[in-house]
Ligand binder design. Structure first.
Ligand SMILES: Cc1cc2nc3c(=O)[nH]c(=O)nc-3n(C[C@H](O)[C@H](O)[C@H](O)COP(=O)(O)OP(=O)(O)OC[C@H]3O[C@@H](n4cnc5c(N)ncnc54)[C@H](O)[C@@H]3O)c2cc1C
Ligand code: FES
Length: 271
């Protein structure tokens, strides 16, 4: 069940380019949040911006975590794109921040992760929500495809390496790894995937990337789950500001915050 609760900022720093990492002490949410779920963060007490902003949790450490100093922490990796995230860069140690979470439905894990080859595809800051998932899939063989416009948009590579996954990188300008989109990269690696047949693909990234992926992969070969990003008003199902169109004739419009943010990639009607 979602809680509304104050967390305390422990650290907030720029990690590269326009990307920042904030660590918040909030044990009730850190202990319960599942991969793919998200939180709504109140950016300012002054109600400017008025609406909370949605964020995935990059890393979370439960109250019983092995490393005592990490316990109860939530880490949010965010990209400075507008007013709210600009304000977040000013969060200081000791500051209280109000959080609602955990929200939404996260990723479903394969029934037997240890016997699976799994492909994760993340574009830009979308890779963040896949890291928590990868941690729960440590027993599986993971192929991680990370895409971005330039080398500055390639995030979390070192973390995925520590999980012993096989990593492929694509940048649109060729400044790191394969030159092209993450879908071009995916298609170029068909031989690798054929030798390691996978039935599970998980993705998160900009709408354009997910749309291309939905067209480019052969759905019958995969169970494809994707975490969608949408502008959100409330974050908990009340305003219907975040709907996407789906192929389900009974429920053609579904709320990213409530029924999602994780959907079957092939169930979305892309514009
Ligand atoms: C479930 C979920 C999880 C998310 N997780 C993360 C995360 O882990 N890290 C992260 O950096 N961001 C994440 N986002 C996106 C983040 O919520 C937005 O970047 C943020 O709300 C922008 O706020 P702002 O006030 O800085 O930008 P605004 O001033 O509101 O907008 C600036 C620009 O960003 C675009 N924009 C704003 N919100 C979104 C959005 N939700 N999707 C696509 N474009 C948007 C606007 O169209 C505009 O062009 C997530 C979004 C969702 C829905
Ligand atoms: S943001 Fe209000 S219903 Fe989804």
């Amino acid at each position: 069940m979602a809680l509304e609760i104050d967390g305390i900022v422990l650290r907030n720093r720029r990690i590269k380019s326009v990307y920042y990492l904030v660590e918040i002490y909030c044990p009730p949410i850190a202990t319960t949040i599942q991969p793919g779920q998200f939180i709504m963060l109140k950016i300012s007490d002054s109600n400017d911006p008025f609406l909370r902003r949605p964020f995935s949790v990059y890393k979370s450490y439960s109250a019983g975590h092995g490393k005592k100093k990490e316990r109860g922490r939530l880490l949010i990796l965010y990209k400075k794109v507008g007013k709210g995230t600009q304000r977040m860069t000013g969060f200081i140690k000791g500051q209280k921040v109000n959080i609602i979470g955990p929200l939404g439905n996260g990723f479903s894990l394969p029934p037997l992760p240890s016997s699976s080859n799994i492909i994760l595809v993340g574009g830009g800051v979308g890779i963040v929500s896949l890291y928590a998932l990868a941690e729960s899939l440590k027993a599986a063989k993971l192929f991680v495809l990370i895409g971005g416009k330039t080398i500055d948009d390639i995030l979390c590579e070192e973390d995925f390496r520590k999980l012993n996954s096989t990593i492929f990188i694509a940048t649109e300008d060729g400044s790191l790894g394969f030159k092209g989109t993450v879908l071009d990269l995916f298609l170029s690696q068909q031989k690798t995937f054929k030798g390691n047949p996978s039935r599970y693909l998980y993705a998160c990234g900009p709408e354009q990337m997910l749309k291309e992926l939905a067209r480019g992969v052969k759905p019958k070969n995969f169970t494809c789950q994707a975490s969608l990003e949408a502008r959100m008003g409330c974050g908990f199902g009340a305003c219907w500001g975040c709907v996407v169109k789906t192929i389900d004739p009974k429920v053609p419009y579904q709320r990213v915050c409530k029924e999602g943010p994780v959907f079957n990639l092939m169930d979305i009607v892309w514009r």
